[in-house]
Design a protein around this ligand. Structure first.
Ligand code: ADP
Length: 256
């Protein structure tokens, strides 16, 4: 049937129309494949904590665990896994909302980036203190027309990683400046660094360099893909420089 329509179009010299139609379908399929890949990954990531919560809850409910220390241990594990799941859901929703707000302009407003940086540093103060990390910020006054949540997610994820993947007693340097018609925001750390072969992959959804270690420090594997999404939404660029074992610097430029 399709062939019949196609040859009819060809006969009328409208073959281009058919080509456009095919391209459309291909793009649609690709988007569909990415969507289902994401759903599969997200389901897998959510299933792990659910299985673990279910298992511990079942043991406790059966009343077979008598040792109070064990009971306490299982409850803490249930609490931790619940927190992990909550963070995952938050990040998944965040990714979806960044994609959605690309279509509607109404939530854009002037955002003071220096203020955002100060707020985020305050928010992650407990982690900073726990790791004994020194954070130095050198920020110019820069106001950007943006969705406030997007800018907060961008700064939060980069700073959070710089502290998380640092050594105890390490340092983080944050810089915000105007360069021509762009704003440049950079976060450099003296942490564990990222091997050259892993560098292109860390912006992929759910990708983590070292699953075991990343799980221990917490996180969802979605932080940098949120950063990538925000930056591409504002037509900006990301630069990554990292030396394994020495540290990482990620800079983002966004046109003002
Ligand atoms: P996560 O929630 O695991 O931190 P991200 O998407 O934010 O997820 O980062 C993906 C991975 O990239 C991390 O698991 C970590 O292995 C690596 N990574 C990110 N930022 C840094 C950094 N500043 N230093 C070293 N490794 C990093």
């Amino acid at each position: 049937h399709v062939t019949a329509i196609h040859s009819d179009w060809m006969a009328q010299g409208k073959a281009n129309g058919a080509v456009i139609l095919i391209t459309d379908v291909t793009q649609e399929r690709q988007a569909e494949r990415m969507r289902s890949e994401f759903v599969a990954n997200a389901s897998h990531e959510l299933k792990t904590p659910i299985t673990s919560i279910g298992g511990f809850a079942e043991l406790l409910a059966a009343g077979v665990v008598k040792d109070p220390d064990k009971v306490q241990d299982y409850l803490v594990r249930i609490k931790n896994e619940t927190q992990r799941m909550a963070l995952l859901i938050e990040d998944i929703l965040k990714l979806a909302s960044i994609e959605n707000s690309e279509q509607n302009e109404q939530s854009f407003e002037p955002v003071d980036l220096k203020e955002v940086i100060e707020e985020v540093i305050e928010n992650i103060q407990p982690q900073i203190t726990a790791r004994n990390v020194t954070v130095t910020a050198d920020a110019q006054d820069v106001v950007i027309h943006a969705v406030p949540d997007d800018m907060e997610a961008l700064v939060q994820n980069l700073l959070d990683n710089a502290v998380k993947y640092n050594h105890d007693g390490g340092s983080v340097t944050v810089k915000l400046e105007k360069q021509g018609g762009k704003v440049c925001f950079s976060v450099a750390d003296t942490g564990i660094g990222i091997r050259y072969e892993d560098q292109p992959r860390i912006f992929e959804r759910f990708y983590r360099v070292d699953k075991g270690r990343s799980r221990k420090v917490g996180g969802t594997g979605l932080g940098l893909s949120i950063v990538k999404h925000v930056v591409s939404k504002y037509g900006g660029e990301i630069f990554l420089k990292s030396i394994d074992g020495k540290g990482t610097a990620i800079s983002v430029t966004i046109p003002l």
